[in-house]
Design a protein around this ligand. Structure first.
Ligand code: FE2
Length: 253
């Protein structure tokens, strides 16, 4: 089952719980890491030793800037997973690409994302890595050993994580080149990161704030044929659900 933490900073965190094992998706700030710890211990009644994975939807600051702090609470076996493209950012051979459509998208995104900010810790970014602005795009330092990091292997037909057998990791490029989403083949739950969002007044839509809008649309067309999500959990905005057999049909492109 998916627990969505919506008031834990600039982006939501999703926690997948399967048979007592946990996977945390996105950690946007030090305050977010503390909120996740509180939720797991006090709401789920579990220990952070149950966190098998920290999965990252994409390498943007509002999704990664509390990773080190959460990892410090977790046992040595907890692994952080990124898209393989992130290797290039971390070893300095590539900086994160520029974003497009700032003019139309930045302010609604900042305004509605800021609704999740509840305390000072949500402004506490332990790194500026993943900031898609001139000069800052070059920063890629993460404050924990790279030995804790693994990369999804998209060369196999389907990426499956041990302990989470119903879940598939899917490449969803467009918002960023390293975007990943997570789909439960049994329950029809899709965790979409920033690829699909739903801000009040705008409705469910492909996120026009993207590195490559055409790629994003192509990803959508391809996946609409392949998967039939019944619920979409975006990293910003509201949960998307409806009576439709495939709620992708509710998403505007
Ligand atoms: Fe985001």
């Amino acid at each position: 089952m998916v627990h969505l933490l919506c008031r834990c900073g600039f982006s939501h965190t999703a926690i997948i719980e399967e048979d007592g094992n946990l996977a945390v998706i996105d950690v946007g700030s030090v305050g977010t890491a503390l909120d996740i710890k509180f939720f797991i211990e006090n709401k789920l009644g579990l220990s952070l030793t149950k966190v098998a994975y920290i999965l990252i939807t994409h390498f943007h600051i509002d999704h990664i800037a509390g990773l080190g702090r959460l990892l410090a609470f977790c046992p040595a076996h907890t692994r952080v997973f990124f898209h393989p493209r992130v290797q290039d950012y971390l070893n300095g051979t590539r900086s994160i690409p520029k974003m497009k459509n700032w003019k139309n998208c930045l302010w609604p995104a900042v305004f509605y994302s800021a609704a999740g900010v509840r305390r000072l810790g949500h402004f506490h970014f332990e790194t500026l890595a993943g900031t898609p602005l001139p000069l800052l795009r070059l920063i890629s330092h993460l404050p924990f050993p790279q030995e804790r990091i693994s990369y999804f292997d998209f060369t196999s037909s389907s990426v499956i994580l041990p302990f989470f057998s119903a879940w598939r990791v899917i490449e969803t490029p467009g918002h960023t080149e390293d975007s990943c989403s997570f789909f439960n083949t049994r329950s029809g739950e899709l965790i979409s990161g920033d690829w699909i969002v739903d801000f009040p007044g705008f409705g469910p839509r492909l996120n026009p704030f993207s590195q490559n809008w055409e790629v994003s649309r192509e990803t959508f067309r391809r996946l609409k044929e392949e998967i039939r999500p019944q619920t979409i959990y975006p990293a910003h905005g509201r949960i998307i659900t409806g009576r439709e057999e495939n709620v992708m049909s509710m998403v505007r492109q």
